[in-house]
Design a protein around this ligand. Structure first.
Ligand code: PXP
Length: 238
């Protein structure tokens, strides 16, 4: 059964809807950890549309499992990461106009720059993950960049409209996971996962952890965050 890392960005999205203090993503992190999450993920965006600098700083102090800072590899956010020192950074592509991270990082195209980013993080003891499409070219670039973990983008799988398409995407993920793990990378996965589509992902033994946000926080609106995390953990263990 893969571990569950909970992305709490959308608690901050709700807070920002009114620009006040509630609900606090830091409270969400504590509840998620107490319900069994193995890590807390937040994406500090350039436009600070949900999680902000204060959140990341307080989360660094409060999170006792593992703090994964999702981030674009831009100068200002790299500076924040090197200052706060999360346990892990996950490098993602970022576009201002997107609603959520739309595709994987083009690690192959930016391999020299990303290698430098990874080594700066390593120098501070921060583990490095790249969020990439399940493609061999991207995995090879991750190996060249000397990172620790790859997070495979499950968005195309999650958005598949037919069973045949979902199975094809699952095979793509399986092949990529095997290739990356054999090459020595830790493999995780995320994007668009929910209690209904996560089961087949759990049949890929190389996937050690899933990172889930939107579906969990949406479910939490109806049944509470603690119960939503426990429900997801049950789905992961089926
Ligand atoms: N992993 C990465 C790298 C992401 O960018 C996101 C979305 O913030 C997730 C996982 C979680 O995706 P979702 O919110 O669809 O569960």
């Amino acid at each position: 059964m893969p571990r569950l890392a909970v992305n709490i960005d959308h608690i901050a999205t709700l807070r920002e809807a009114r620009g006040g203090l509630e609900p606090d993503p830091v409270h969400a992190a504590v509840i998620a950890e107490m319900a069994g999450a193995s890590g807390i993920v937040c994406h500090l965006r350039e436009d600070r549309r949900h999680v902000n600098d204060r959140d990341v700083r307080v989360l660094r102090d409060v999170v006792t499992t593992k703090l994964d800072l999702e981030m674009a590899a831009t100068e200002s956010i790299i500076a924040v990461a090197l200052d706060i020192i999360p346990d892990l950074v996950t490098i993602v592509p970022e576009k201002r106009e997107e609603l959520t991270t739309e595709g994987g990082l083009d690690a192959a195209h930016h391999v020299h720059f990303l290698t430098d980013v990874a080594s700066a993080m390593h120098a501070k003891g921060i583990l490095v993950s790249f969020f990439v499409e399940p493609d061999q070219t991207q995995i090879d670039a991750c190996l060249r960049a000397n990172i620790d973990i790859i997070e495979l983008h499950t968005g195309t799988y999650a958005n598949a409209r037919t069973r045949i398409e979902a199975e094809a995407q699952l095979t793509r993920l399986r092949v990529a996971a095997e290739y990356a793990a054999q090459a020595g990378l830790v493999v995780t996965a995320g994007h668009g996962l929910d209690v209904r589509n996560v089961g087949p992902i759990c049949t890929i033994p190389e996937i050690e952890e899933v990172s889930i946000g939107h579906a969990l926080i949406s479910r939490a609106a109806f049944i509470g965050l603690s119960e939503a995390v426990k429900e997801m953990l049950r789905a992961l263990s089926l």
